[in-house]
Design a binder for this molecule. Structure first.
Ligand code: M6R
Length: 369
């Protein structure tokens, strides 16, 4: 039931701190070691893996894009992420040493299931990340890591996405742990930091009133653009997808570095542009670059909505609206940066008179190819 919320989506957004914590439960210990014996692929087999391929659709695909950054960073294994619907049609190169990670909330998405079948036919090992016990994709995979989001009813995925991210981090860190990469110390530190993310998501949820107000003020607009870099790029795509499916608005996500290669021509007076700013620590080169992007966008008259870490003062002069998120390790930022975008889309949809749990033309799980 909706538990007093006006929609399942609002309830599911509010459920996220618990969903994130539940997905870590029993899998992480205080010393920063992961216990994923439930992934019944022998450590020896995981050590032999020489390539990872992530397949998924929609929101799960955005989680998969973020998984690529995490897997390549912590394991030094090449990783590609591909839309499940494109995967088998290009005759991908797969063998016994390929680990395919299939991400699906429902476990019933036909495009993802067909990708899983194709991968196994080629001899690859398939690990499913799934939220629905006993569904088809985990049944047809070699192993499964369940996300513990609880049932997700609203068509627009929210808490499932955050738990898919957690599961992807766990897979990346576990592969790093099993294979013993040079990032061992960082892996143990990040495992501990992951345990703090539920609290960080909770803090973001407590500061959403200005985001809702902003959303209502934009209800009459036709277009919203989203830009990000590094893991902020998939977050921008996810923000745009939420807005399309819920508010029926034209929304597009771009990698900030691509703006100058075309999309900047779209910027005009008053156009809302949401910018996901990477942490000023860590990959700080990127931070400086995105600050220049915000300046360029604003100089062309756009209304900038900037999502930036607490304490990041450099962005302040260029932000028409500033949304603060807690400081987190670079790769974990999507867990907090996505939340304001979910709230934004939900509120904008409501302001436009749309039914948020059941958007037009969409089904919760897409069981046709
Ligand atoms: O059940 P799945 O995770 O396999 O579903 C994949 C997509 O259909 C799904 O994420 C879809 O994009 C959502 N409506 C997004 O909010």
């Amino acid at each position: 039931e909706k538990g007093g919320y006006a929609s399942f989506m609002l309830k599911e957004i509010a459920d996220q701190p618990k969903a994130v914590a539940d997905t870590l439960l029993g899998r992480v210990d205080g010393s920063g070691t992961l216990h994923l014996d439930e992934v019944r692929i022998a450590p020896g087999v995981l050590r032999e893996v020489d390539k990872v391929v992530v397949v998924a659709c929609g929101t799960a695909f955005h989680a998969g894009m973020i998984a690529k950054y995490a897997i390549e960073h912590w394991t030094r294994l090449p990783c590609e992420t591909e839309l499940a619907s494109e995967f088998r049609y290009r005759d991908p190169i797969l063998d016994q040493r390929t680990l395919v990670v299939a991400i699906s909330q429902s476990g019933e998405t036909m495009d993802t299931l067909m990708a899983v079948r194709h991968a196994r036919e080629q001899g690859a090992k398939v690990l499913a990340i799934c939220n629905t016990n006993g569904s088809t994709i985990p049944r047809e995979s070699d192993a499964v890591l369940y996300t513990h989001a609880g049932p997700e009813v609203a068509v627009a995925s929210t808490k499932a996405f955050l738990t898919q991210l957690v599961a992807c981090y766990l897979v990346a860190l576990y592969l790093g742990q099993v294979r013993g990469t040079k990032w061992g110390d960082e892996i143990r530190t990040v495992v501990r930091q992951l345990s703090e993310m539920s609290g960080a998501v909770e803090r973001v949820l407590g500061t959403m009133e200005p985001v809702r107000e902003l959303a209502r003020s934009l209800a009459g607009h036709d277009t919203v653009l989203f830009v990000g870099r590094h893991v902020g790029y998939p977050v921008a795509l996810e923000g745009a997808l939420k807005l399309k499916e819920l508010a029926y608005m034209h929304a597009e996500g771009f990698a900030a570095g691509e703006l100058k290669h075309g999309p900047i021509a779209l910027i005009e007076e008053g156009l809302p542009v949401v910018v996901v700013v990477p942490s000023p620590r860590g990959r700080s080169v990127l931070h400086g670059k995105i600050v220049s992007n915000i300046q360029e966008i604003r100089a062309r008259g756009a209304r900038t909505v900037v999502i930036a870490e607490e304490g990041d003062d450099e962005v302040v002069p260029y932000a028409d609206h500033l949304i603060r998120i807690p400081a987190t390790p670079t790769l974990l930022q999507p867990l907090v940066a996505t939340v304001p975008l979910q709230v934004f889309a939900c509120e904008l949809a409501t302001a436009r008179g749309n039914e948020v749990d059941q958007p037009r033309n969409l089904a919760k799980s897409v069981t046709v190819e």
